[in-house]
Design a protein around this ligand. Structure first.
Ligand code: PLP
Length: 400
């Protein structure tokens, strides 16, 4: 099925979902196209937060009266829920650690796990053109280790110039006897492409730990840790329809791939309200159907990309080839970034907002990107419509 047939088939389903987002339905004059930055929240998530705060609010793991017990149970239940949502094949072995978001989660892996595991002369491979959040923690770990007299080498994952995907052939050449760890990204936050992490697994073999930044995939497409065969999955609740300030690190804890992940130090009070929102968001996403959500958002992105390709002054970043949902080439998810040859991206962002479109227009927190690298990013979720994409295309065409 092509993207347009897919959109037609899902229209009624999508209309019902969209109606569940109060901020969207109360602003019909605006189109929110910045879900890669943060996603809007369905009524079910707002209700869950309200219910928790008005029936059970207490601290977790620190009391024995019913509200405290219910809060402790909420945290434990949400841990189990995260594992289930990720299709965890061995939940009795894995761990879920709640953090404020992907940035803090990746830093926790770098500080509390990687730092204790590497020895002098070890090498790690990390992405240098993905999100800053997936580069800085590894460099900080290198710095901390150096202060303790342990020198490690940090190598950059190689990229294909055309698509923005990792260059898996060049990658294989970087693996050596001292390679101990790989950090990668599931869906690129600028190019929208699936970074095909299974090819990294093929190249490194079954015993290498891989940490995956899943900020742009959890809540956007089905994610199976069994299929991905990675060791850490780190995500932000706010990009998956939950509240800001609540995310998670899922750790496989496979004994052949390094020590168990044990977050260090005193942990303090967890963000119980945020955790309640994560549970409700995962329930909502499963009920809505992750397969349908990914079909819808991928088809919208394909429609936008195909429209933009016919507008001469625009340059699409990342994969340029056929982007249809069933295409054999790299598959683009719900993110399309582009530039206009004659209009600076920040100006284009203002022009689009003056026409009712909320998009991101800057260097997108991409590691290594500066102001010259600015672009406009359109990112969609289940609440976006074909009509919004078509209206955006006609405004972009009027600027051609
Ligand atoms: N990684 C990727 C791929 C992202 O897109 C983002 C946010 O945009 C992050 C990490 C950081 O997420 P947070 O700001 O929620 O910590």
């Amino acid at each position: 099925m092509g993207p347009d047939e897919e959109l037609a088939e899902l229209t009624a389903w999508q209309r019902e979902l969209r109606a569940q987002f109060p901020i969207i339905t109360s602003h019909p004059e605006l189109a929110y196209l910045d879900s890669a930055a943060t996603a809007q929240k369905p009524q079910a998530v707002l209700d869950a937060v309200h219910t928790y705060l008005t029936t059970s609010n207490a601290n977790a793991g620190r009391g024995t009266y019913p509200w405290a017990n219910r809060t402790t149970e909420l945290v434990e239940r949400t841990r189990r829920r995260v594992k289930e949502f990720l299709g965890d094949p061995a939940p009795e072995q894995s761990g879920v650690h709640f953090v404020s978001g992907t940035t803090e989660g990746l830093r926790a892996v770098a500080r509390d796990w990687l730092g204790s595991y590497l020895t002098d002369g070890d090498e790690i491979l990390v992405p240098y053109a993905d999100h800053e959040a997936n580069l800085t923690p590894w460099l900080e770990a290198q710095h901390l280790l150096a202060e303790r007299g342990t020198g490690i080498r940090v190598l950059g994952l190689p990229y294909q110039a055309e698509s923005g995907d990792y260059d898996h052939r060049a990658f294989a050449g970087l693996i050596g006897p001292r390679t101990r760890f790989v950090a990668a990204t599931h869906i690129h936050h600028v190019y929208g492409g699936d970074m095909n992490v299974h090819r990294l697994r093929e190249a490194v073999g079954p015993e290498m730990p891989i940490c995956l930044d899943a900020a742009q995939s959890i809540g956007h497409l089905p994610v199976s840790v069994a299929e991905l065969d990675v060791d850490f999955v780190v995500f932000s609740g706010h990009k998956a329809l939950a509240l800001p300030g609540a995310g998670a690190v899922w750790a496989r804890n496979s004994p052949v791939r390094g020590p168990e992940f044990r977050p260090g130090g005193w942990q303090g009070t967890p963000n119980t309200v945020g955790i309640a929102s994560v549970e409700a968001a995962l329930d909502w996403l499963d009920a809505a159907g992750m397969d349908r959500i990914v079909s819808w958002t991928t088809a919208l992105a394909a429609r936008l990309t195909d429209g933009l390709r016919h507008l001469a002054p625009y340059e699409i970043l990342g994969c340029q080839a056929s982007l249809a949902a069933d295409s054999a080439v790299q598959r683009r998810h719900g993110i399309v970034s582009f530039r206009h040859h004659g209009i600076p991206s920040d100006d284009l962002g203002f022009i689009l907002f003056s026409n009712g479109f909320m998009v991101r227009a800057d260097s997108l927190c991409q590691a290594g990107a500066d102001e010259k690298g600015a672009s406009v990013r359109v990112s969609v979720h289940a609440y976006n419509t074909v009509e919004e994409v078509d209206r955006l295309l006609s405004v972009l065409a009027s600027l051609a």
